[in-house]
Design a protein around this ligand. Structure first.
Ligand SMILES: Cc1cc2nc3c(=O)[nH]c(=O)nc-3n(C[C@H](O)[C@H](O)[C@H](O)COP(=O)(O)OP(=O)(O)OC[C@H]3O[C@@H](n4cnc5c(N)ncnc54)[C@H](O)[C@@H]3O)c2cc1C
Length: 288
């Protein structure tokens, strides 16, 4: 077995313009992963905020405005207590499928806009294996196997801890559209069994043999606080139905990934939407 060289520094990688060439609209050929997983990004942002800025376990149930204030009603999901908070403005970052279930006093054209994009269902399955057989037996180090099983679509191999003797987790399903609906309607045990059946066809004799019985499955469209993986705007509705949302309500601005006309389903689009909302709020306040 070879010996791993020293990793390149990030600055060295950026210098050779790695990933600068865009293969398609939102997938450059090379993308980086945050160490420790995607959620390290919001956790790092959270760590920079003053303590108490984020209040967890608070389910918003109503948004009500006057000419110069907005009141948000929410339920503490731990104690069950119903509380309200009033401010000059609110920036809503709720994903539209859940915002659409909340009682509001929004204008009709705003409600129409919030209902305009379609909701995309997604299911991901992750299975753990006692041996990293894709490395030890099949010489696969990272990357994906794109496949046309609608309840899988992708098998993704970890690019961390290569050559280790530890267990490894494969993303065995990244099911979309009809495949996501079909897989999402199954019990978690059946979803895992589906992954095993598909995986065994792609990696005969190894998939079931090395599966250590631990698996996880997530159907975003079935999660109460998501109801979709992301929303997708058609070009027609970006022009026809999005403008009232960009204009905003009397005292509520709309932000978050659902406000991205393009690149929905990417964190940077949510960050861009936040920049627009901050600018917008600044303009409104400076006029008062
Ligand atoms: C399967 C999948 C794969 C993805 N892969 C990538 C990727 O590789 N790279 C990338 O950049 N992006 C990826 N994304 C997209 C990225 O996760 C989103 O773009 C980003 O999280 C959007 O941020 P947001 O703040 O707009 O919304 P969210 O992160 O969804 O935040 C909305 C918040 O509102 C809360 N909420 C909902 N309803 C209520 C309520 N009634 N009361 C109170 N709170 C409520 C939710 O709990 C949630 O915390 C992926 C998304 C999915 C689903």
């Amino acid at each position: 077995m070879g010996k791993l060289g020293d990793p390149y520094k990030l600055t060295e990688l950026l210098d050779i313009k790695l990933g600068a060439h865009q293969e398609e609209r939102d997938h450059p050929p090379m993308m980086f992963q945050p160490s420790g997983g995607m959620d390290q990004i919001p956790r790092a942002i959270e760590a920079t905020l003053p303590k108490g800025t984020i209040q967890l376990n608070s389910e918003i149930t109503e948004i009500k405005q006057t000419e110069n204030s907005v009141t948000v009603t929410y339920q503490d999901t731990k104690s069950g207590a119903v509380k309200t908070i009033t401010g000059d403005y609110a920036i809503s970052c709720l994903v539209f499928p859940t915002l659409n279930k909340i009682k509001t006093d929004f204008r009709d054209d705003v409600i129409d806009g919030l209902r305009a994009p379609s909701s995309s269902p997604i299911v991901k399955n992750g299975l753990q294996f006692s041996e990293r057989f894709w490395e030890t037996k099949e010489e696969i180090y990272g990357g994906i196997t794109a496949n046309d099983f609608e309840e899988s679509g992708t098998i993704s191999y970890p690019s961390n801890e290569l050559f280790s003797n530890k267990t490894g987790v494969l993303l065995t399903s990244y099911a979309r559209r009809g495949g996501a609906i079909k897989l999402g309607n199954k019990s978690i045990a059946d979803r895992i069994e589906t992954s095993l059946g598909i995986g065994e066809q792609i990696h005969p004799d190894n998939f079931r043999k090395y599966f250590n019985g631990k698996g996880i499955s997530m159907a975003w469209h079935k999660q109460k606080y998501a109801l979709a993986a992301w929303v997708t705007w058609s070009r027609r509705n970006i022009i026809r139905k999005m403008p009232p949302l960009i204009e905003g309500e009397k005292r509520v601005l709309f932000s978050g990934n659902c406000m991205a006309p393009f690149h929905q389903g990417w964190m940077f689009a949510a960050i861009e939407a936040a920049w627009h909302s901050i600018e917008d709020l600044d303009k409104r306040v400076s006029k008062e």
